[in-house]
Design a protein. Structure first.
Length: 235
């Protein structure tokens, strides 16, 4: 395929709206299907969800998927069939390994405020593992403004995922600062908040993404209001 930088603007994403949910899908998801847009490398789901107060996703099941949730604003209540019951807030990263099968719900923990979060899926590289759950508060690590390895299979990743060829990096980059995008066969750069410029000439606003293919390491510069950057590097 060769080296490529494919910028996707916020409004180009697939969109689902319900009376309680506003969901933007970077890739095909549910009834929002585009056969030409099902993944970038191993990343197959990258949903940007806003859920109204006191509402949410009821109990539903998953199997053989590594699911990472990152809250941007508000609080998300997680309950599952393994007995986990937690409230996820900004700075607390969550990983759920569906393994041989897990049932869970995700509910806005507030009766008055919306919750805004990202949910991202990659397939595992092992099968028939027991379901698993992990969370890690990375607020302190993010305060430095550099990229933090949030999920991966190496010991220094905050969350362990059962996929040796995928890593999630997040930075809360201050205004005017720069990070270096990791080198991988497939990289998905997403601006969760603020704005940034990739490789000096690719501006990315809130909700925009760049899909990189064999692009090597590239500079990513935060704009005047700073940026929250969410980057997947996969095979």
């Amino acid at each position: 395929m060769g080296t490529a930088i494919d910028v996707r603007q916020p409004g180009e994403r697939l969109h689902t709206t319900l009376d309680w949910l506003d969901s933007w899908h970077s890739f095909s998801f549910g009834h929002s299907y585009d056969p030409a847009n099902v993944n970038h490398g191993l990343l197959i789901v990258h949903n940007d969800d806003t859920v109204e107060a006191g509402r949410g996703f009821g109990m539903h099941s998953h199997r053989d998927m590594e699911i990472v949730t990152w809250v941007l604003e508000g609080e998300l209540r997680h309950r599952d069939s393994e007995g986990n019951d937690a409230v996820i807030y900004p700075g607390l990263a969550q990983r759920m390994s569906a393994g041989t099968g897990i049932t869970h719900s995700e509910w806005n923990a507030s009766e008055t405020e919306r919750v805004h979060f990202l949910q991202m899926w990659v397939p595992p590289d092992v099968q028939e593992v027991s379901p698993g759950y992990q969370e890690a508060d990375v607020t302190t690590e993010l305060a430095g403004g550099s990229l933090v390895r949030i999920a991966g299979s190496t010991p220094d990743a905050a969350l362990h995922i059962n996929q040796g060829d995928a890593e999630l990096w997040i930075a809360r980059a201050p205004a005017g600062s720069a990070v270096t995008v990791p080198d991988a066969a497939h990289v998905h750069v997403f601006v969760a908040r603020g704005d940034a410029t990739l490789d000096t000439n690719h501006p990315l606003s809130t909700g925009a993404a760049a899909r990189l293919t064999d692009a090597g390491t590239l500079p990513l510069d935060a704009g005047p209001a700073g940026a929250e950057l969410v980057i997947w590097a996969t095979g």
